[in-house]
Design a protein around this ligand. Structure first.
Ligand SMILES: C[S@@+](CC[C@H](N)C(=O)[O-])C[C@H]1O[C@@H](n2cnc3c(N)ncnc32)[C@H](O)[C@@H]1O
Length: 242
């Protein structure tokens, strides 16, 4: 049985419990600084048009939420199922110049505690590998966005070119767990060991084209895909159908 098919959220909660304190720094180091580039690209797709209210799903330590608030006048709500991640997020928000426009909420992307159409835009980052039914989750995410509002996501990906895919495989299976252990200790070893197989498994089950189709079925139009950093990251964006 796949880890995400167990009790909803239990696996993700335990995986992320030991990561919050060093999350932002190690996410940058272990992605060779690429996570920041991918995040800026994703946020760029939701901050145009002076949105009033944006939801960031799987917000973790609120790095995406803080960036949205810094780059737009929006009030941002970040939601995540991990209490330790949200506690770190609260400390980060308190230190942020835009902290008064950011609220954090405990909850799951699969069951958002918000009415239909209550946000002008929505982001989600590294979420779909942790949910049992990505298509149903996409429908739930789209539900809370106003017609015409932008939706954007960021996820790891498997490079398509053979040479980069081989190097990516070596990095994720061999180097990442060791680098995680050295820089962050046992919890980062565990996540480093988990990530490569989790990413490969996800795209075997849900290839990018199938995910684009699931976005469209969820009522998101004009879906575009940008593979970044030789294919190691993927940003997707679209608009809730009018
Ligand atoms: C890799 S972290 C990314 C955090 C943040 N988006 C960022 O990029 O800095 C993934 C986050 O997804 C959260 N998560 C996993 N499954 C979730 C779910 N079903 N609903 C809400 N959050 C979830 C985890 O708790 C974790 O904080």
């Amino acid at each position: 049985m796949n880890e995400r098919d167990r009790e909803p959220g239990v696996f993700a909660r335990s995986l992320f419990a030991g990561l919050p304190r060093r999350y932002d720094r190690l996410a940058e180091i272990l992605s060779f600084g690429q996570n920041g580039r991918w995040r800026r690209a994703m946020v760029g797709h939701v901050v145009g048009g002076r949105p009033a209210r944006i939801l960031d799903v799987a917000t973790g330590p609120a790095g995406v939420a803080r960036q949205i608030a810094a780059r737009s006048p929006a009030h941002v709500v970040g939601i995540d199922l991990s209490e330790p991640m949200l506690r770190e997020g609260l400390a980060n928000v308190a230190r942020s110049a835009q902290g008064d426009r950011i609220a954090l909420v405990l909850g799951r992307g699969e069951e958002l505690p918000f009415p239909d159409g209550s946000f002008d835009g929505l982001t989600f980052t590294y979420l779909l590998r942790y949910v049992a039914d990505p298509a149903a989750t996409l429908r739930e995410l789209a539900r809370v966005v106003k017609p015409g509002g932008p939706v954007a996501s960021l996820e790891f990906a498997v490079p398509t070119a053979r040479v980069w895919r081989a190097l990516w495989w070596l990095y994720t299976r061999g180097i990442l767990p060791v680098a995680g252990l050295v820089t962050g200790g046992r919890a980062w070893f565990d996540v480093g060991r988990f990530l490569g197989p989790s990413i490969s498994d996800h795209y075997r089950r849900y290839p990018v084209d199938a995910t684009v189709a699931a976005w469209e079925k969820a009522g998101i139009n004009e879906v575009s895909v940008q593979r970044m950093s030789l294919g190691g990251g993927i940003v997707m964006w679209g608009r809730k159908a009018p």
